[in-house]
Design a protein around this ligand. Structure first.
Ligand SMILES: [Zn+2]
Ligand SMILES: [Zn+2]
Length: 346
């Protein structure tokens, strides 16, 4: 079968690989129907994910049809249309029992798919702990609507949850890329007074506004973001700030624009260490939260998709087949042609 393989040293390639087989009785094999590229794949390519193992098939955000299940799989069966969770988790260890599935202590636990074990930029994928890692897609939900369930939508949903948003709060999302837009969409579920989106890319900000995800948009480098946020919060700052950009100065922006006792949720994956200047923020009494999504909400997200409350399919700006995925990587990595997300037919 065809698969995108991480070769190490900044290199990836579309290669011929053997079709995966069941290994554990809790595994399932999924025939991939639609897959996508995530910015985490680009981080792997750049060598910025130390856990990534060269030789691994990439891809951790995809949907497909179950073709085989091990004898221990109870919740899914061959023929089921499913979305795949970015995280693999046993459901039984200390962390899983508390919902912290990103830190599952199983050898394949956490973000393993498309990083340490073969993922879904391929014709088939083996899914360990299939009962936990697969979510059945209702008939009236399309593959495109379900594509982001297990990764960026899970991340937005988890972020909004740890952001502890109260009704009528002011929420700032720094970064209007795919995950930032999902974070805004999920933050809406908590009825904040306003969502302010900040980014360098006006096209993405306009999309956030058009889609009703952001009430106010601020362009980094053009607008005085700190001043504008103080203006709409009686000088206090934002109640919750989501840092979803991972830029050179966005971590600093995040804590500066948060109000005293506010929450700063760091969702971004940085390629470089960040500085936490504690003397400058002393007395501000901020709460920092960092992640690693705990992808344990796929069922809820699917239910919200099925009833029309969450629909991330508008993020798909580009479509192609698996044969053309290397061109898609080039366009996605270099943010050409206003790309937000690809849907790649397999
Ligand atoms: Zn991802
Ligand atoms: Zn576990």
């Amino acid at each position: 079968m065809k698969a995108v393989v991480y070769k190490g040293h900044g290199e990836i390639a579309l290669e011929e690989r053997p079709k995966p087989e069941l290994i554990e009785e809790t595994d399932a094999i999924v025939k991939v129907t639609l897959t996508t590229i995530c910015s985490s794949d680009i981080h792997i390519k750049h060598g910025a994910v130390p856990k990534a193992v060269p030789g691994t098939v990439l891809g951790h955000e995809f949907v497909g049809v179950v073709t085989e299940t091990g004898s221990g799989v109870k919740k899914v069966k061959p023929g089921d249309r499913v979305s795949v969770n970015v995280e693999t988790f046993c459901g039984e260890c200390f962390f899983c029992k508390r919902g912290f599935v990103n830190n599952c202590t199983d050898k394949d636990g956490g973000w393993a798919l498309g990083c340490r074990i073969d993922g879904g930029q391929a014709e088939y994928a083996r899914i360990p702990f299939a009962d936990n890692g697969l979510t059945v897609i209702p008939d009236h939900v399309t593959d495109e609507q379900a594509l982001f369930n297990g990764d960026i939508l899970s991340t937005g949903y988890w972020a909004a949850n740890i952001g502890e948003i109260k009704p009528a709060d002011t929420v700032v999302v720094i970064g209007a890329g795919p995950t930032g837009l999902c974070t805004m969409m999920c933050a809406r579920l908590y009825s904040p007074a306003r969502i302010i989106a900040a980014d360098t890319d006006e096209y993405r900000l306009n999309l956030a506004k058009e889609r009703g995800l952001a009430d106010i948009t601020l362009v980094s480098g053009r607008d005085d973001i700190e001043k504008e946020i103080r203006k709409v919060t009686d000088g206090r700052g934002a109640d919750t700030v989501f840092e979803v950009a991972g830029g050179d100065d966005t971590f600093e922006m995040a804590w500066k624009i948060a109000r005293p006792n506010g929450i700063v949720a760091v969702v971004a994956m940085y390629e470089k260490p960040q500085i936490l200047p504690l003397p400058d923020m002393y007395g501000k009494n901020l709460v920092f939260k960092t992640g690693g999504v705990d992808g344990s909400f796929c069922r809820e997200i699917m239910d919200l998709t099925a009833c029309g409350r969450l629909d991330a399919s508008f993020l798909i700006t580009h479509r192609c087949s698996l044969d053309d995925i290397m061109t898609a990587y080039d366009i996605f990595e270099n943010k050409r042609d206003h790309v937000i997300k690809y849907a790649i037919r397999v």
